[in-house]
Design a protein. Structure first.
Ligand code: UTP
Length: 295
């Protein structure tokens, strides 16, 4: 195990997108506030980052996204009311959602020019150290959080680490796809990255799922503001430039991802997280069985 890698203390959460796939729900409410079971998406990913040892949480935010920072704030009236009513379990949940003083940082992306541009907006807050990126609309369910698993790969190999998952070949044009030169192991060295390739051109069926550990040199490439697939400034394109220069590995993590930015992924995640809930899980399963029997 290498002891020379700089620790990953900071994580970026890009939340400045328009969430067009979820309109009209996201017309005035941030997509990242959509709840999966009893927590908004953003809280799920913040908790994943916390479990992995992240100390500084950087939101790249935009217009009409103030609700996101409010969610992590101290709510004195609410806490006093819950306390007076003896609702200790709810009070504990509310307190759990607060960010400790000095750990939440905000920067703005004035226009949603793409994920790569959103990450570039956090450049000054990151400085010269490696960092994590978590996309809040992707939830990952597994025994251990995905970012924590990735930290293990980083400790071992250093450099850049991206979480990947297998997708059907006909769907490669929806994702960033990794070329590992045919290596299908749990951890593989990255040889190339392509954003949304056609099925016939895709170098593999291994897709990037929205969890990254990156070196600060990626900002040098993002600063060129080159547009890629969909006319957006893509993070994938900037990452691709680091491949031959720094260690770069994939982790085929234990667990499953849910794209909660799509309606189908959102509904599936609510079923899965609902079934796994300590309090309502049994009832959710009974309801699903009941519904299934009528289909
Ligand atoms: P998505 O592409 O899934 O989000 O980006 P979107 O653009 O908001 O959604 P659709 O496709 O229109 O429905 C993944 C994450 O990156 C953020 C989004 O807020 C989301 O959390 N993002 C995306 C930015 O912060 N800025 C951007 O320019 C693009």
């Amino acid at each position: 195990m290498s002891t020379h890698n700089k620790p990953i203390r900071k994580a970026i959460f890009p939340v400045a997108g328009l969430g067009t796939r979820f309109l009209p729900a996201t017309k005035s409410m941030p997509k990242e506030m959509l709840p999966i079971n009893d927590k908004p998406l953003i809280q799920h990913v913040v908790e994943e980052a916390r479990e992995a040892g992240i100390e500084e949480f950087i939101f790249v935010t935009g217009r009409q996204k103030e609700m996101l920072e409010e969610h992590f704030d101290f709510q004195p009236e609410l806490e006093a009311t819950l306390e007076a009513r003896g609702k200790d379990d709810m009070l504990a949940k509310v307190r759990d959602s607060e960010m400790p003083a000095g750990s939440l940082f905000l920067t703005r992306q004035p226009k949603p020019l793409g994920l790569g541009h959103a990450i570039w907006c956090a450049k000054k807050l990151i400085g010269d150290e490696p960092f994590a990126v978590l996309l809040p609309d992707v939830l990952i369910k597994g025994e251990q959080g995905c970012l924590r698993q990735m930290m293990g790969v980083y400790d071992e190999h250093g450099g850049n680490v991206i979480a990947v998952e297998d997708v059907p070949r006909e769907d490669t044009n929806k994702y960033g796809i990794v070329d590992t030169g045919g290596d299908t192991g749990k951890i593989a060295a990255v040889k190339g990255l392509v954003e949304k390739p056609k099925p016939e051109d895709a170098p593999s069926t291994s897709s990037v799922v929205g969890r990254y550990i990156l070196q600060p040199e990626v900002f040098d490439h993002l600063a060129a503001f080159e547009t890629g697939a969909g006319g957006e400034i893509q993070l994938t394109d900037a990452m691709a430039k680091l491949i031959d220069v720094q260690p770069f590995h994939t982790l085929n993590f234990d667990g499953k991802s849910y794209d909660c930015g799509s309606r189908l992924g959102f509904i599936t995640a609510n079923i899965i997280f609902g079934m796994a809930d300590d309090q309502i899980g049994k009832d959710v399963k009974a309801i699903i069985k009941n519904i299934a029997s009528t289909l």
